[in-house]
Design a protein around this ligand. Sequence first.
Ligand SMILES: [Zn+2]
Length: 161
Amino acid sequence: MLVKEVAKLDAEQVLNTYWDGNFPVDVNGIAKKMGVEVFDSILASDISGYIVKRPGEPAEIHVATDHVPTRKRFTVAHELGHFVERTTRAGDDDFGYVEKRGGKRTLQEFYADEFAGHVLMPQKDVEKMGREGKKPFEMAKAFGVSLDAMMVRLRRLHADA
Ligand SMILES: [Zn+2]
């Protein structure tokens, strides 16, 4: 299976299990239900967030406290992607990722971005809004994401069609 297909499958499973069906998708609430703690933290200016998991301890996600809410939400969803990939796919209990500006585009980062897109902007709801003639900025508002993130998501979905 392709990485993007795995990410989609994993994200849909998380939504099915932990999401209450309301928009914007409550990623912090989902993280909490998954046993992951989320903190607003003062981070270096080139870091948007990180996740750390120590053996036998709950995972912690830290997001840059001075970032706008839409960006924080994407960062939490992205880190949750790392959490799901490492814990369910790799069975790992000890890992960490730091999101640094200009960081390397590895398969793990690609997976985490795809996962975040699917969790924050579920495909069937994006498609439904599309059929209703909603504009990208209206969709972005409904999903609680930046217009940039919405445009990327629409392009990715279009590329899959
Ligand atoms: Zn990452």
